[in-house]
Design a protein around this ligand. Structure first.
Ligand code: GLA
Length: 423
């Protein structure tokens, strides 16, 4: 992978050199005209926000459901809070015709009309494919049709592509380089780059989301393959164990995130649950939903809601539309939180924000911590000195953090504080 990455750096360096030497001899025309540099806006300058069909609907997603999700994003205030993308995940794909053009299946009678509908709401639309012959759910993948598919997406008006490794691993990497892990990784890099180049060639700005579960330290090479975000882990599930495990796997990744390129700890499960042995759905508790959402914001993660929007409870809408928490996620500096320290089952994370501000999260992964045995916050470990005036982003109230102060937290709950002028 490093070979490919450094190769593309070399190409970039060569292009820069050519541009510099061209600039050293300005033509007469160039001398008389002032050169105006217009910078193209960065794609995904802040982490993408929206909704994705997979976590709740999986294979049941259809045209009607996607329209309903778009309607609800507007009606619930999510659009005003910043949610933009309406992303169709796996199971929309039909068959290819004799010319190789991919068609939708019966669930999606007219993708262009659906895209127009989503756009008419002032929203954007995303789609899903993968570099292998088949997607994870066994539908048609893009192998051998990358440019054709990219053009198709652009012709529909697609704004976002999630590209999922799935069958490429077995059908291509393992089949063609069975005992050569390094070669397999090069093949994976090339496959992602190929679609990245195909998307660029359409001329349409399409956010490019890698889904290969963090293999081969994707954060190191994702940007050079054209990625705007990349999954850092396996699939999230709507239970505390999965969410907390994913949070812990993000430690050490902060330096790889920034405007245009983000670590993706997977889509949100806020409002969702998992079935227990008896088939009963165990929903995430409110503290768990708050902690999940807060930590994704701290991690500068994409905020892609994954719940049933038409049947969303008010308390879930309130979590997903907490503008103070969203502002942490969308902070333009794009500095992902780092893990500062843990004391027993309590973890402290912090991130720097624009204007010198700071966000601090204190997360209780264990049982309740009330006045009999509260957690004590060390400001020194956060590099802070003396009382810090801040805002508790879940109560909306002003708070002052002091050194060694007791913090009472329910099990799996979080204290999230924004300090405007940390000292
Ligand atoms: C993989 C991805 C999921 C989802 C499914 C669809 O498991 O990680 O996010 O896209 O495929 O089949």
């Amino acid at each position: 992978m490093r070979i490919s990455a450094s190769l593309s750096c070399a190409v970039l360096a060569l292009a820069t050199l050519t541009a510099v030497s061209a600039q050293t001899k300005p033509s007469a025309a160039a001398k008389s005209k002032p050169v105006v540099h217009t910078k193209a806006p960065i794609l995904a300058a802040t982490p993408p926000m929206g909704w994705n069909s997979w976590n709740y609907f999986a294979g049941k997603v259809d045209d009607k459901g996607v329209r309903a999700a778009a309607d609800q994003i507007v009606a619930t205030g999510m659009k005003d809070a910043g949610y933009t993308f309406v992303n169709i995940d796996d199971t929309w794909e039909g068959e290819r015709d004799a010319s190789g053009v991919l068609h939708t299946n019966d669930k999606f009678p007219d993708m262009k009309a659906l895209a127009d509908y989503v756009h008419s709401k002032g929203l954007k639309i995303g789609i899903y494919s993968g570099p292998g012959p088949k997607t994870c759910a066994g539908f048609e993948g893009s192998l051998g049709h990358e440019a054709q598919d990219a053009q198709l997406y652009a012709s529909w008006g697609i704004d976002y592509l999630k590209y999922d490794l799935c069958s490429f691993g077995r059908a291509v990497m393992q089949a063609q380089a069975p005992n050569d892990k390094a070669e397999q990784m090069r093949m994976m890099y090339s496959a992602y780059k190929k679609m990245g180049d195909a998307l660029k060639a359409t001329g349409r700005p399409i956010v490019y989301s890698f889904c290969q579960y963090g293999m081969d330290a994707v954060w190191e090479w994702g940007p050079s393959a054209g990625g705007n975000l990349w999954r850092t882990t396996g699939d999230v599930q709507a239970n505390w164990g999965s969410i907390y495990n994913i949070i812990n796997q993000q430690a050490g990744l902060a330096k790889y995130a920034g405007p245009g390129h983000w670590n993706d700890p997977d889509m949100l499960e806020v409002g969702n649950g998992t079935k227990d042995n008896q088939g009963r759905v165990r929903l995430l508790s409110l503290p768990e939903n708050r902690t999940h959402f807060s930590m994704w914001a701290m991690l500068a993660a994409p905020l892609l809601a994954g719940n049933d929007l038409p049947n969303m409870k008010p308390e879930i809408t309130a979590i997903l539309t907490n503008k103070d928490v969203i502002a942490i996620d969308q902070d333009r500096l794009g500095k992902q939180a780092t893990h500062i320290y843990s004391d027993g089952e309590v973890d402290v994370w912090a991130r720097h924000l624009t204007g010198g501000a700071m966000a601090v999260a204190v997360l209780n992964a264990g049982p309740d911590k009330y006045s009999t045995h509260p957690f004590h916050l060390s400001l020194a470990k956060l590099g802070l000195h003396g009382p810090q005036a801040g805002k508790d982003l879940w109560t909306g109230k002003d708070v002052t953090l002091t050194d060694n102060m007791p913090v009472e937290l329910a099990s799996h709950d979080i204290l999230l504080v924004r300090i405007a002028s940390p000292k």
